[in-house]
Design a protein around this ligand. Structure first.
Ligand SMILES: [Zn+2]
Length: 220
């Protein structure tokens, strides 16, 4: 993998997303490359990558669904009981997921969000750790928003696209996913609703996530 040495943003064209997902699973959960099965992504995040996954409300508008924290420090979180934003200390390698905001994402899928944050840690930690700019006391982190962030730098947009593209490929690896979908008779123009439900159960993801993945694999 080539790194842009100055900015540490990995160069991963979309055509290589499946390859990166494959490498991730080879390292952390190779069984998922052999047979269709749910990828225990929260367990992989914890034991494979050493991340501490916590569930917490991140914003009043529910527009931030996840964060990965790269250095020790405080970050802003929302306290729905008090109706106020507050700062809270976290350790490096913490992933924060807002379960209510996850429902507003296009996949509506908690496992997809955890996989997304795993990609940020797996591929983007050097960039964020080396960022020069940070506020005193604040952790270096990335914030993942339901709608693409207009104020983000180009680098951050590139990395966000990589995480969005690679996460579902980790949960639904191409070969086993296509094999399962074909076995269930998924085909363009057919009523595939029951097959989509079966695939969602089989891979432990949402039906929306399955539909998007079927389109990516040119099966829908
Ligand atoms: Zn993200």
């Amino acid at each position: 993998m080539d790194y842009n040495s100055r900015k540490l943003v990995p160069y991963i064209p979309p055509a290589e997303y499946d390859k990166v997902a494959h490498e991730f699973l080879e390292q952390f959960y190779p069984d998922a490359l052999k047979n269709p099965m749910p990828v225990p992504i929260e367990e992989i995040a914890k034991t494979g990558l050493g991340l501490d996954v916590q569930y917490i409300c991140l914003s009043e508008e529910l527009d931030i669904y996840g964060m990965t924290i790269f250095t020790d420090g405080v970050v802003e979180v929302y306290d729905p009981d008090e109706g106020l934003y507050d700062t809270k200390s976290f350790k490096a390698k913490t992933v924060l997921i807002d379960p209510e905001a996850v429902k507003k994402t296009n996949t509506g899928c908690r496992n997809n969000t955890i996989a997304h944050e795993c990609v940020h840690w797996y591929k983007h930690r050097y960039y964020y750790k080396m960022q020069k700019f940070s506020l005193p006391r604040y952790a270096k982190y990335c914030k993942c928003r339901v709608d693409q962030l207009p104020e983000s730098t180009d680098e951050e947009n590139i990395m966000e696209s990589q995480a969005i593209g690679i996460a579902p490929r980790i949960l639904m690896p191409k070969n086993t996913f296509v094999e399962a979908a074909e076995h269930l008779g998924v085909a363009y123009g057919k009523d595939n609703r029951s097959a989509i439900c079966t695939l969602a159960d089989l891979f432990d993801v949402s039906k929306q996530s399955v539909e998007i993945r079927l389109e990516e694999c040119s099966l829908l």
